[in-house]
Design a protein around this ligand. Structure first.
Ligand code: ATP
Length: 213
């Protein structure tokens, strides 16, 4: 049987423990042996990351040095156009074949706005959604129609994520981490330490590169 694989997309400006630790628990909960961190190419009309694509990628590599669960996939950074998650997942599905169990990891905040994503309805055709808890965000969807959509796809059985190739949503009971990249950028701009918010090697790199000043 093919192993479940999961992509975790984000801006990672910078990567922090709120990204890494919930996914480590998620992996234990669902039997995931590989989580692929995928930094995104931010569309020009959106606020641009402060770190360059190369710096965001380097920070991810430093963050996962001693964590064999993770790898980095820079496919979206290698494109010269901003990429949609729906398009990336379609390409990944074509690469992996129709039967491989594939998943996309998001935080609860992203689930609540999922319906605003480009062609969101096609995402579940190609992958499962694995949702990590995030403090400060409601656990129910913003309206009954979206809640009904969630419940249609919901599974409580991690085995479904291995036996079906796509189409399920799993709300993982991961620990809450009240950390955001925004908070880290603001703290660093005030010259405050972020030692408990992100891996030491990432903080050292940020200082060495003079980022987020
Ligand atoms: P920013 O503050 O710049 O908006 P962020 O901290 O939200 O950044 P992103 O790189 O935008 O980080 O997030 C990538 C993914 O990680 C999203 O799916 C988001 O929901 C999830 N995520 C980020 N921080 C947390 C957290 N503390 N707990 C759970 N999920 C998180």
């Amino acid at each position: 049987m093919t192993r479940l694989q999961a992509l975790f997309g984000g801006t990672f400006d910078p990567v922090h423990y709120g990204h890494l630790k919930p996914v480590e628990t998620l992996a234990e909960l669902v039997g995931l042996t590989r989580a692929i961190l995928m930094p995104n190419n931010v569309p020009p009309h959106r606020p641009q990351p402060e770190a360059s694509a190369a710096q965001r990628r380097t920070m991810l590599e430093l963050a996962i040095r001693d964590k064999p669960l993770f790898t980095v996939d820079d496919r979206e950074l290698r494109r010269d156009t901003p990429s949609w998650t729906s398009q990336t997942l379609q390409e990944w599905r074509e690469e992996q074949g129709p039967d491989a169990p594939l998943a996309f990891i998001i935080g609860q905040d992203s689930l609540l706005t999922f319906h605003t994503w480009h062609r969101y309805d096609t995402i579940l055709d190609h992958a499962h959604l694995l949702v990590c808890r995030r403090p400060g965000y409601p656990s129910i969807m913003p309206d009954p129609e979206k809640q009904a959509w969630l419940e249609r796809h919901l599974t409580h059985d991690p085995q479904d994520l291995h036996t079906l190739p796509a189409g399920k949503i799993y709300l993982a009971q991961t620990p809450w981490y009240a950390i955001s990249s925004t908070q880290i950028r603001e703290q660093l701009a005030r010259h405050q330490s972020c030692a408990d918010l992100l891996p030491e090697a990432v903080q050292d790199y940020i200082i060495q590169q003079g980022l987020y000043r």
